[in-house]
Design a binder for this molecule. Structure first.
Ligand code: NAP
Ligand code: MN
Length: 265
């Protein structure tokens, strides 16, 4: 039986062009492909930018099928394959010239008066209040009330996500070789009335990080990689590394710091 490839792509003209090239190369190399996600596929190829890659991971329900990206966005942090290299990518795929790397996920357990829910993220969780209101939260580290943050919210990010929203909020860029959680504030108020640390905090993966609303917030929004979930009557949010991981197909391991330099410096 022919090997099957899932393809997920967005509608930008570069992605459509890459889609045509990819499907032609796959067919000549003897692969079948589908744009309707199949659980029997060898690999899922996502054509787009980092945003598209993250959305693909969530849309396919954190599937264990290896995923690889063709970059038609800006400088893709998740994307392995350049659109000019699609033919050689298909050759590598056929020759099984690749490795599968685990990609960590973090989870946020939300406990409210009425429910318990767990959501996952690759990049980060942003915790915000209703609409544009200031949110007041208590941050507990390893069981102790460490600080109170009042402001637009906080971000809890992975090393992979550290170059995303976290970086825009003054957080540090963390090498993905490390397994950390980083807590950064979004426009924290710093006055006599409200005081929190100005810099982000970085924890080992097994630290206990808990956020509670200081008073009863009407609504708390948990935004997982840009996707918003709203909760009322929140009691606590617990953050941790998930037992679930993603499988990323890697063909040419691009040095992380080279990527960072190209994107930011
Ligand atoms: P989007 O417009 O697709 O993403 C916003 C920007 O973040 C894009 O330029 C995207 O790169 C980039 N990005 C995503 N993950 C990244 C990573 N790990 N490292 C470096 N850059 C990264 O918006 P979206 O669909 O809502 O995407 C969700 C992500 O956007 C979130 O996970 C968050 O990290 C990021 N975000 C950033 C800000 C901010 O910086 N102020 C605010 C909200 C959300 P591509 O162009 O390659 O897609
Ligand atoms: Mn994008």
């Amino acid at each position: 039986m022919k090997k099957l490839v899932n393809i997920i792509y967005n509608n930008n003209p570069h992605s459509l062009e890459a889609f045509d090239t990819l499907t032609n190369e796959l067919s000549s190399a003897g692969f079948n492909f589908t744009t309707k996600f199949s659980n029997d596929a060898l690999v899922t190829v996502c054509i787009g930018g980092d945003g598209a890659f993250i959305r693909a991971v969530h849309r396919t329900n954190l599937s264990a099928i290896p995923i690889i990206g063709i970059n038609t966005g800006h400088l893709g942090f998740f994307q392995e394959v350049n659109p000019d290299d699609i033919a050689s990518f298909v050759r590598d795929l056929k020759a099984e010239n690749y490795i599968i790397e685990k990609m960590d996920l973090i989870e946020c357990q939300i406990k409210t008066v009425d429910e318990k829910k767990t959501v996952h993220a690759i990049n980060e969780f942003a915790i915000k209040g209703l609409a544009n209101k200031v949110i007041h939260i208590d941050v507990y580290i390893d069981g102790c009330l460490f600080e109170k943050v009042s402001g637009d919210g906080v971000i809890v990010s992975t090393p992979i996500g550290s170059t995303g929203y976290n970086y825009s909020c003054g957080g540090s860029i963390i090498s993905p070789c490390l397994k950390t959680l980083q807590l950064a504030s979004i426009a924290p108020i710093s006055s006599k009335a409200y005081r929190s640390l100005n810099n982000s905090l970085i924890f080992p993966s097994d630290a206990s990080l808990v956020i509670r609303p200081e008073y009863r917030e009407d609504i708390m929004n948990v935004i997982a990689d840009g996707v918003q979930f709203s909760f009322s009557d929140v009691i606590r949010l617990d953050f941790a590394y998930s037992n679930r991981t993603l499988n990323k197909m890697v063909i040419n391991d691009k040095p992380f710091w080279k990527n960072v330099k190209e994107k930011f410096l």
